[in-house]
Design a protein around this ligand. Structure first.
Ligand code: FES
Length: 222
């Protein structure tokens, strides 16, 4: 399990982010998000607003984004919530970063199904590419975090990199993905073996007639 991050120095963070406000475009989005919830239930918007804020910080820093304390305070003010209630949301979800991250946030699942299917090899590929857990590479390109189950166990082992999942990994495919990202390419997300989503490798083994069109099986039932 990843270690708890050390939240960056307060004075330095405030100097950089104390004046955080929505961009014009995000102000419109924030208003629309808050409007989805009934009056008095705006706290429900904390999750999407924090995500929006993290993405704005990411755009401004050309990274995957993080949530400095003054930005969390800004979101709390937007929703008329105590800071601590919003901070609780930030610390609960690993999708929110409490410290700066690189251009690509490589989140390796280390929970049991992924561990049994080879997450150690995935981590070894990261390590041999210069990534270290909880650290950002000196070129600012990659941050490596080990996370708990990301809900794609059928395709274990997997990693999430920014908004994409890469699945059915091994040492070589993980290395290829990191090399492609370093070259500025966008590797194909999803399974890295020959299968559609979580269907069997090589194609379906049942309901084959349904692959290309709707098929009525009822006449074949005994
Ligand atoms: S255990 Fe890795 S995605 Fe569920």
């Amino acid at each position: 399990m990843a270690e708890a991050p050390q939240i960056p120095d307060e004075a330095e963070t405030r100097a950089r982010w104390g004046g955080f406000a929505w961009t014009t475009e995000n102000a419109v989005k924030a208003k629309e998000i808050i409007g989805r919830y009934p009056a008095g239930r705006q706290a429900s918007a904390s999750l999407p607003l924090l995500d929006l804020a993290q993405r704005q910080v990411g755009a401004e820093t050309k990274t995957q984004g993080w949530l400095p304390v003054p930005v969390i305070e800004f979101v709390a003010r937007e929703l008329d919530m105590p800071y601590m209630r919003v901070f609780e949301v930030v610390t609960f979800y690993t999708m929110f970063n409490l410290v700066p991250v690189g251009r690509y946030h490589v989140q390796v699942c280390g929970t049991t199904p992924c561990m049994l299917r080879g997450s150690d090899d995935v981590l070894a590929a990261c390590k041999n590419h210069g990534l270290a857990k909880g650290k950002t590479t000196p070129d600012g390109l990659f941050t490596l975090t080990e996370v708990e189950c990301l809900g794609a166990c059928t395709n274990a082992p997997m990693v999430q990199i920014n908004d994409d999942n890469y699945e059915d990994l091994d040492y070589d495919s993980m290395t290829a993905i990191l090399e492609a990202l370093a070259r500025g390419e966008t590797p194909k997300p999803g399974p890295q073996i020959d299968r559609q989503t979580s269907a069997p490798e090589g194609g379906p083994t049942t309901l084959k007639e349904m692959v290309s069109e709707n098929h009525d099986y009822r006449g074949e039932w005994a």
